[in-house]
Write a protein that binds this ligand. Structure first.
Ligand SMILES: *Cc1c(COP(=O)(O)O)cnc(C)c1O
Length: 394
């Protein structure tokens, strides 16, 4: 059955927490304090499947369980296949380690000159500023260190990282991630971003954060002022499914946009969540309506215990094919595989080119029709009676 939704509706409201004063609900510290972190709390509101229950009991050895009340409301508690549920409720399948899976599948630790800094590409660095998030995605690519369930004891060395960036003039782009950088206090963020902005060769500063999606209340006017002050700051958010596009998130994106923060979205292709062209189309359309440009769709990284989320790459390519040409160009993200072992992000988009020779390129369009574009051109005879400008006659 194709995925359908009422496009005029944006989910909003306090749901299960309608008894809580609105001021508490809108307070991000309240949301963090009231996160669901234990199996007993989940079971107060829903019946877990045996697989989920076993997963919850295992979570403290793998990746912590935490869900904000705001995000928990988006779960359809009567549907064991709910795409929101699968992203944040642990499952026994996380314990199964399959061939090819690694703790650090992107080889980040090997490319880390300073604790917390990953320097893989020539002109940009990934700066991991914390190991904590507002809620934990069960397919986390950094589950080896995030939430510290595996006793990795991650500690970012801000001063060392800043000194490394200062000493490397080739670094023109710094990406703050983690964990979630928006869990830092306003004061820390202001200081950190201010320090980066003061480095002359750092032209481009961006953050990767799922906080707008898990905790839109964190996007306060004060935070937006910090972005404004140090701007331009770009922000990549992380939605996987159109149900995550709520009224609260839309308003948070609006606050960010009005503060001059360009927004992108990164999705992970996840089995049973968004491995469906109709779901992805609905998602990218919602994103544009929230002023968010779809940036990447990631093929699942080969992290331990992720096989149950893995989607065939051909399915991902098919999804891009159903978007390109069929809808707004701005709505079409790049589909990439982050090369296992640390080769960086590589696009794996549909191929439209049939053949290229010295004479022409032969390609097909979104409808499958073949077209040719000549590469060689030679002048045609001038039609009789044509009056040529004098300089061409000579
Ligand atoms: C994803 C990533 C980046 C940023 O890549 P872009 O394609 O520029 O968005 C930078 N460094 C590392 C290590 C990354 O994984």
């Amino acid at each position: 059955m194709p995925y359908t939704e009422d496009r005029s509706v944006w989910f909003e409201g306090q749901g299960l927490w309608s008894h809580v004063p609105a001021a508490d609900w809108q307070d991000w510290v309240w949301q963090l304090k009231n996160r669901l972190t234990m199996v007993e709390q989940l079971e107060r509101y829903m019946t877990l499947t045996p697989g989920e229950k076993a997963g919850c009991l295992f979570a403290n050895q793998k990746l912590a369980l935490a869900i904000t009340p705001y995000f928990f409301n988006l779960i359809d508690r009567n549907d064991p296949d709910c795409p929101i549920r699968k992203q944040v409720i642990p499952h026994r399948d996380e314990m199964i380690i399959s061939s090819g899976e690694m703790l650090d599948s992107l080889g980040e630790d090997e490319h880390s000159p300073v604790p917390g800094l990953v320097h893989r590409y020539p002109d940009r660095v990934l700066f991991l500023v914390t190991d904590r998030c507002a809620a934990y995605c069960r397919y986390c690519t950094r589950s080896r260190l995030v939430s510290n369930a595996q006793d990795y004891n991650f500690h970012s060395e801000y001063e060392q990282a800043l000194r490394y960036i200062e000493a490397h003039p080739e670094i023109r782009d710094v990406l703050l991630s983690g964990g979630d950088p928006l869990l830092l206090s306003d004061k820390k963020l202001d200081h950190l971003v201010g320090r980066l902005r003061a480095i002359k060769h750092v032209e481009f500063i961006r953050l990767g954060s799922r906080i707008p999606v898990f905790l839109p209340q964190r996007i306060t006017p004060e935070l937006c002022e910090i972005f404004k002050k140090h701007g331009p700051i770009w922000l990549s958010i992380h939605l996987n499914h159109p149900k995550e596009a709520t009224q609260e998130l839309k308003e948070a994106c609006e606050r960010l946009s009005f503060a001059g923060v360009p927004l992108g979205n990164q999705s992970v292709l996840l089995k049973g969540v968004n491995d469906d062209p109709d779901v992805m189309k609905a998602l990218v359309h919602r994103l544009l309506r929230m002023r968010v440009r779809p940036y990447y769709i990631y093929q699942m990284d080969l992290i331990t215990g992720s096989a149950h989320f893995k989607v065939d790459v051909r399915k991902g390519i098919e999804i891009i094919r159903t978007l390109r040409g069929h809808t707004t160009g701005y709505a079409v993200p790049q589909y990439v595989i982050d090369a296992p072992g640390g080769g960086g992000k590589v696009p794996v988009n549909p191929d439209y080119v049939e053949k290229i020779t010295d004479d022409e390129v032969v390609f097909h369009n979104f409808e499958g029709k073949i077209f040719r574009y000549p590469l060689k051109s030679s002048p045609l005879p001038v039609p009789a009676g044509t009056v040529m400008p004098a300089e061409i006659h000579m």
